[in-house]
Ligand binder design. Structure first.
Ligand SMILES: [Mg+2]
Length: 376
């Protein structure tokens, strides 16, 4: 039995290489750096584990401040002294302290704790995280290349980079400048005709606009249209599916196993986007993935531009789930540096998962100090 002896929160500002925008606004600006929160959980056996949160109020209601407060002021007092190796109880406690409503209740903060506990448990046994799931999967985790611009010329340039670097897919953000959406898609398709094409609108459209857009995307050969409508509009997504033929993926609309089941019940999508952050960590994301897969839905993997720590945690899960389409784990492409030591984990558009126990990450104390953000 392992008991939780400490939980520490490290708010960081990581240096960015480039700005990142989605249809709802700026997610990361070079001038300000990117807000990431690392969480360390230690057990009374001397082992420790690490997790990461990368909230953006442009994407959901959680902020760096709310993540730090949620973990330090609500989850930590309730979890200290509890069993680290009983994740069912840990989640019951977390969900009691920060109750859900329509959403699971600050899942990005809970995900950092959940990920750190998976790391801690697996390290305590000297095993990789996937061994906790009795999995020896060696399935490759291929990545899609993120293209987020309102310029067709820049989109074409990025598509050429994606192909040259060996990526098996592109993830093109739509709705930054809606009048140019189809020009951007056509430019990317021209340069990268044979890769998996995922178009993500991040809730930018009304139903009428989305029907028109979907028909254009079908003509251009886009493989999947992700989250075209506001997150709360499950029924409108179902109507969009009835009126078009392009597969529809839900991301911001689906946060939990009950969300997957609700989407299934009303036939609101063809595919679910699995993200361990929005789903409260590896435990919730794994369950969502298994339900979706067993129900015949497609699975796409994604992240919220986490650094290498969060990327590797997601990649362990996506290897276990044996995702067939390239995953959108693109944080390291925007970051100049983070607090994870060791080899660069992406080669030829694929994640190279480290062999070591737990998540396989080593965290640099020097970098944690170097990039420490003001306490919030
Ligand atoms: Mg998305």
């Amino acid at each position: 039995m392992i008991r939780i002896s400490s939980i520490d929160v490290f708010p960081l500002r990581l240096p960015l290489k480039q700005n990142f925008r989605i249809s709802q606004g700026t997610v990361g600006a070079v001038s300000a750096g990117a807000p990431h929160v690392y969480v360390r959980v230690a057990g009374d056996n001397g082992a420790e584990g690490w997790g990461e949160a990368r909230p953006s109020p442009r994407w959901s209601y959680e902020t760096p401040e709310s993540v730090c407060s949620a973990v330090a002021n609500y989850l930590r007092p309730a979890l200290l002294g509890q069993r680290a190796d009983d994740l069912a109880v840990v989640h019951r406690i977390m969900n009691r302290e920060l109750a859900g409503s329509l959403h699971p209740g600050q899942p990005i903060a809970k995900a950092a704790v959940d990920t750190a506990l998976h790391d801690l448990i697996a390290r305590s046994y000297g095993l990789p995280v996937a061994a906790l799931w009795q999995s020896g999967s060696a399935h490759p985790v291929r990545l899609s290349y993120l293209i987020s611009t309102d310029s067709p010329e820049e989109a074409a340039r990025k598509a050429r980079q994606a192909v040259a670097a060996g990526y098996a897919g592109v993830d093109v953000k739509l709705g930054l400048s809606p009048a140019r959406d189809l020009d951007i898609v056509a430019a990317v398709k021209h340069e990268a005709p044979n890769v998996f094409f995922r178009a993500d609108a991040n809730q930018a459209y009304s139903l009428t606009q989305a029907i028109r857009l979907a028909k254009g995307l079908e003509r251009l050969g886009v493989d999947v249209l992700e989250q075209p409508l506001p997150a709360s509009q499950l029924h409108a997504h179902a109507e969009l599916r009835r009126k078009t033929s392009i597969p529809i993926a839900l991301d911001e609309s689906v946060w939990s196993p009950s969300g997957v089941l609700e989407a299934l019940r009303i036939e609101a999508c063809d595919t679910i986007v699995i993200k361990l952050t929005k789903m409260g960590g590896l435990r919730g994301a794994k369950l969502c993935g298994e339900i979706a897969r067993e129900s015949g839905l497609g699975l796409l993997g994604g992240g919220l531009t986490e650094s290498k720590l969060g990327l590797l945690a997601s990649a362990h899960l996506f290897r276990y789930l044996e995702l067939t389409e390239p995953a959108d784990l693109n944080g390291p492409m925007f970051l100049k540096d983070d607090a994870v030591e060791g080899e660069w984990p992406i080669r030829g558009g694929e994640v190279v998962l480290p062999e070591g126990p737990g998540l396989g990450c080593r965290i640099s104390e020097d970098k944690l100090r170097k990039y420490a953000a003001d306490a919030v």
